[in-house]
Design a protein around this ligand. Structure first.
Ligand SMILES: *Cc1c(COP(=O)(O)O)cnc(C)c1O
Length: 391
C-alpha cells in the first residue's frame, strides 16, 4: 500500500512560511496566542489593507499558527489553499453557503453525516435551497441528478453505513455541468484518499476525528483551489467568525505528526476486527468499504478503523453495549478510544431530522470505532459481550 508521498512533502521548508521566520529555529511551532498584530507605520497598514503586502491583521482572519495548519492540510490534499474552522460543521456550513443562494438545488447522498443532514434540512431549506438526497452508490442516479444543480455534497464513505460513491465519475460529470463538488474526507484523511486528484473541487475535514486524533480538539478544514477558497474567505469566513483558535490549531499540528502511525493501526486493526465479526454466527452484515464491491473503493489507499456491523435477532443490542468493557459508548471517533454507537439509541432522536430514520438504518446496526487498542483485546471484548447479550 502506498502510504503517502504527500505527507512527507509537507515537511519542505517552502510549506512552512511562518517557521522560516522563527528567530530560535524552534522544532515545534509556537502558538501565536494573540488577537491582533501591530503596524510600524501608516504606510505599512495601508499596504496590507490594499493587498500590496501580506501580514496578519487580526486573528479572526489570519493567525500564523492556524495558517501553518492550513498550509499543511492543503499540501497533504494536493490543494492550493485551505481554511481552518472552529469545527467540522463550521467548515461544512461555510463551504456550502459560499456557493448557494435561494432557489439553488444541492445534490447530496443519503446517509450523509447527521448534522450535515440537519444543516440542510433546518437551515438551507429555510433559505429556499432545495436538497436532493440520492443513493450515492448508484452512479447513474447521481449523474442524472447533477444537471441544473449548483452543488454536489458527497461523503466517501458516508456515515453509519459507509456507502461509497464513485468520486471520479461524479467529479468529471459535475465539472461538465458546472456543479461545484465537495467531499467530506474525514474518514480516509488526506493520507488514504485525495478527492481533488480525481476532479473534486473542495475537501472537508472534521479535524476533531483522525487529524486531531486524541479526542481533545474540535476543529475543521476546507481545502481546494485558490479560487474556491478565496470565495469562501470573501463571502463567508470572516463574517460568521467560526475561526479556529491558535491553541486548537497547534494541537492538530502536533497530532498530525503521528497520523501515519495511528492510521496504519486503525486500518489494520479495523480490517482484522471486521473480518472476525463477519465470521461470527450472530453478525449478519459488515458495513465497511473494504467489504463492498464498488468503484468508489478505487480512490482509497487505505481504510479508517470506523465501520458498522449488524447483529442478529438473537442479540439484545442494549445488553451487548452494556456488556462491553474495553470498548466504551460514545459518539465521536478517530481518537485512541474504542467506541460503539448503537443505531437503536440514535433512532430515538426526533424523527423529522433523524437521518437514520429517514434513510432506513436498521436498529440492529452498531457503529464501531476501533481505536488504538490491540486487535486481540478489542475482539476479546466483542466476543464476551456478544455471548453475554445472547437471548
Ligand atoms: C464529526 C463529523 C463531522 C463534524 O465535525 P465536528 O468537528 O464535530 O463539527 C463531519 N463529518 C463527519 C464524517 C464527521 O464524522
Amino acid at each position: 500500500m502506498n502510504e503517502t508521498p504527500r505527507f512527507d512533502a509537507y515537511r519542505h521548508a517552502e510549506a512552512l512560511p511562518p517557521l522560516r521566520d522563527d528567530p530560535f529555529d524552534a522544532a515545534v511551532p509556537p502558538i501565536y496566542q494573540t488577537s491582533l498584530f501591530l503596524f510600524e507605520s501608516y504606510r505599512e497598514l495601508e499596504d496590507v489593507f490594499a493587498g500590496r503586502s501580506k501580514k496578519p491583521i487580526y486573528s479572526r482572519g489570519d493567525n500564523p499558527t492556524v495558517r501553518l495548519l492550513e498550509r499543511r492540510i492543503a499540501d497533504m490534499e494536493g490543494a492550493e489553499e485551505a481554511r481552518a474552522f472552529s469545527s467540522g460543521m463550521a467548515a461544512i456550513a461555510a463551504a456550502v453557503l459560499a456557493f448557494v443562494g435561494p432557489g439553488d438545488r444541492i445534490v447530496t447522498v443519503r446517509h450523509v453525516y447527521s448534522d450535515a443532514f440537519r444543516f440542510f434540512e433546518k437551515v438551507l431549506k429555510r433559505f429556499g435551497i432545495l436538497v436532493d438526497y440520492v443513493d450515492g452508490t448508484d452512479t447513474e442516479a447521481m449523474l442524472a441528478a447533477l444537471p441544473g444543480a449548483r452543488l454536489a455534497y458527497l461523503e466517501n464513505p458516508t456515515s453509519m453505513v459507509f456507502e461509497l460513491q464513485d468520486l471520479k465519475a461524479i467529479g468529471e460529470a459535475a465539472r461538465r455541468h458546472g456543479v461545484v463538488t465537495i467531499v467530506d474526507n474525514s474518514w480516509a484523511t488526506p493520507l488514504y484518499q485525495n478527492p481533488l486528484d480525481v476532479g473534486i473541487d473542495l475537501v472537508i475535514h472534521a479535524a476533531s476525528k483522525y487529524l486531531g486524533g486524541q479526542s481533545d480538539t474540535v476543529a475543521g478544514l476546507v481545502a481546494g483551489s485558490k479560487a474556491h477558497i478565496d470565495r469562501i474567505n470573501g463571502e463567508i469566513y470572516p463574517y460568521t467568525g467560526a475561526k479556529l483558535a491558535p491553541f486548537e490549531a497547534w494541537l492538530v499540528l502536533r497530532n498530525l505528526e503521528t497520523l501515519p502511525l495511528r492510521l496504519r493501526h486503525h486500518h489494520e486493526a479495523g480490517l482484522a476486527v471486521a473480518s472476525w465479526l463477519q465470521a461470527h454466527e450472530d453478525v449478519t452484515d459488515i458495513m465497511h468499504p473494504a467489504f463492498y464491491d464498488h468503484p468508489g473503493k478505487a480512490t482509497f489507499r487505505g481504510f479508517g478503523g470506523l465501520f458498522s456491523f449488524a447483529v442478529s435477532d438473537r442479540i439484545d443490542v442494549a445488553a451487548f453495549v452494556d456488556a462491553l468493557r474495553l470498548v466504551r459508548i460514545g459518539v465521536s471517533w478517530g481518537g485512541p478510544e474504542s467506541l460503539v454507537v448503537p443505531a437503536k439509541a440514535a433512532l430515538s432522536i426526533s424523527p423529522e431530522t433523524n437521518v437514520f430514520a429517514r434513510f432506513g438504518v436498521s436498529d440492529r446496526t452498531i457503529r464501531l470505532n476501533v481505536g488504538l487498542h490491540e486487535t486481540e483485546s478489542v475482539i476479546a471484548d466483542l466476543a464476551q459481550a456478544l455471548l453475554a447479550a445472547k437471548r
